[in-house]
Design a protein around this ligand. Structure first.
Ligand code: GLN
Length: 533
């Protein structure tokens, strides 16, 4: 078993997760079995309770764990199947240690960061390698070198490497080489200092992934090699990608990262087979048509909040040889200024998931505009709930219909809390979460899109369609196209008299991959192309 630790230096947001995922792509395509893990230094037990403004998207795994969005990159860039043990936070580590302490398992000893917290961290890394029979575990450490909260993780890694032996583990440090315009030079000092910081705690990186705007010349590489104590060939240039993040593995391969890593870990493997990956990247860069799609959401100014949705649209675009031009509209603007102004010219409307009532009326107006103007509509989770509210109000004449999430006293609760949620008191990990089977009815748009009747999709919600209103809505052309196997839960809905209107209670965006786009996104983009004005 071999281990690769990915640390980050100088600043955050260097794309450490994408770097780790890209290394995963390359090793996997060399025929190795890998797993990817993220250790996050914050104290939340998982990011599920965090606001997207704090943390970006919460990525939901098949087993229902709510994880960091980097796990989305891991799943999209590789074939690995991730679960709870692939994302560990300080909160989880402390929770485990404190409950052991309460059970008396430390037998009267003083419980300390070293060795108890560090032992628990090491156990999490070991547990992953035992449970997922793989050749290589890639563990990314969240945060930036020098952060106080990251120290126990780095100390744990030092001990871990000592235990598994040098030659079985390496550290890859992702760092920034800033270009100082006034001097016209790339500067290596911040990287030197962040590597010095690692060495202070006994860690020596074997490779540097250098994020920079400009190419690294020989002199800069030599300087980095000499002062950071890293061999010349292990100074890897990672310039900002030109078109898409999916170029990243290709660029790292050209710089020789994967061959260096295999050499350092004594892994004998052939060159990676990148043909299908390169084919995908080519299609992303050279679309034959372009289409304009509008997302009506709440966190539109935040790059990371709808990450998986953007990626799914890229995958679906490529499979349709189409470039997707995304416009993000704040639902509150539509609420105040009307839908017409923002949605008149778009080829398709997507309403994503969300919580709380801010902007909901704007999302309802967006669904109404899509229905009335016959624009393709894809609703995800809350995007399905608003489509139902809209249809109840606008077509079935149920004035003031609403979800009890937004109006507990509504006369027509067409969306209501899941019965299993009634007794739930804690907020953390308490929604209906994770992958569940779903049955699609034949003779529906959903069936045409998926091409089969049995599917599995990932969920994250507390509210559901109130089936009490089913017959009343169906009478007016509302179609329930998929349900849970027990028949209790509505999973997909569509409109009979509309060219392409589909909304789902689940989150298809968590199951789309570059060369395996999700059928809902694929079908939606195709419908948008057909509708392009
Ligand atoms: N707030 C809604 C619910 O809890 C929708 C959730 C979501 O969009 N993820 O059911």
């Amino acid at each position: 078993m071999k281990y690769i630790f990915v640390t980050g230096g100088v600043v955050s947001s260097l794309g450490k997760g994408i770097a780790a995922a890209s290394l995963g792509t390359l090793l996997e395509r060399r025929g190795l079995k890998i797993s990817l893990q993220k250790l996050d230094p914050y104290l939340n037990v998982d990011p599920g309770t965090m606001n997207p403004f704090q943390h970006g998207e919460v990525y939901v795994l098949a087993d229902g764990s709510e994880t960091d969005l980097d796990l989305g990159h891991y799943e999209r860039f590789t074939q690995c199947v991730l679960s709870r043990s692939n994302n560990v936070t300080s909160g989880q580590i402390y929770e485990a240690v404190l409950s052991k302490e309460r059970r008396g398992e430390y037998l009267g000893r003083t419980v300390q960061v070293i060795p108890h917290i560090t032992e628990e961290i090491k156990a999490c890394i070991r547990r992953l390698s035992w449970t997922s029979s793989v050749d290589v575990v890639i563990t990314e450490i969240g945060g930036t070198t020098g952060d106080i909260e990251g120290l126990p993780f780095l100390e744990a890694i030092r001990q871990f490497i000592l235990e598994v032996g040098i030659g079985n583990a390496i550290i890859v440090h992702v760092t920034l080489i800033p270009f100082i315009r006034a001097a016209g030079e790339l500067k290596t000092k911040p990287t030197q200092q962040s590597v010095a910081k690692l060495r202070e705690i006994g860690l020596q990186p074997q490779a540097l992934i250098c994020r920079s705007e400009k190419p690294l010349d020989r002199e800069v590489r030599q300087k980095l090699s000499l002062y950071c104590n890293v061999s010349y060939e292990a100074v890897i240039e990672a310039r900002d990608v030109e078109h898409t993040i999916y170029e990243f593995p290709i660029n790292l391969k050209a710089e020789g990262l994967d061959s260096f890593v295999c050499k350092a870990l004594k892994l004998q493997t052939p060159e990676p087979d990148m043909a299908s990956w390169e084919g995908f990247v080519y299609r992303v860069i050279h679309p034959k048509v372009r289409v304009c799609i509008t997302i009506v959401g709440k966190y539109t100014e935040l790059q990371d909040a709808y990450k998986s949705i953007y990626e799914s649209l890229t995958h679906a675009g490529a499979s349709n040889d189409c470039g997707v031009d995304l416009t993000l509209v704040d639902a509150e603007r539509i609420e105040h200024e009307g839908a017409e102004k923002y949605l008149r010219r778009t080829a398709g409307i997507l309403v994503p998931g969300g919580f709380g009532d801010r902007g909901v009326e704007g999302k309802i107006l967006a669904a109404k505009f899509a229905r009335e103007s016959r624009i393709p509509y894809l609703g995800l989770c809350l995007g399905m709930q608003v489509a139902i509210i809209e249809f109840a109000r606008g077509v079935c004449g149920l004035k003031h219909a609403n979800s009890t999430e937004f109006d507990p006293a509504t006369p027509h609760p067409v969306i209501a809390i899941l019965s299993e949620q009634l007794t739930v008191e804690n907020k953390g990990a308490s929604m209906r979460l994770g992958r569940c089977p779903i049955i699609i009815q034949k003779n529906t748009l959903a069936y045409r899109v998926y091409g089969r009747t049995e599917i599995q999709e990932r969920h994250r919600h507390r509210y559901e369609f109130n089936v009490h209103y089913r017959a009343q809505m169906e009478k007016y052309g509302f179609v329930i196209s998929a349900i849970s196997p027990d028949g209790d839960l509505v999973e997909l809905v569509e409109l009979r008299d509309h060219p392409w209107f589909l909304a789902c209670q689940f989150h298809p965006e968590f199951q789309s991959k570059p060369n395996d786009p999700h059928p809902l996104f694929q079908g939606f983009v195709a419908a948008c192309i057909a509708n392009q004005p």
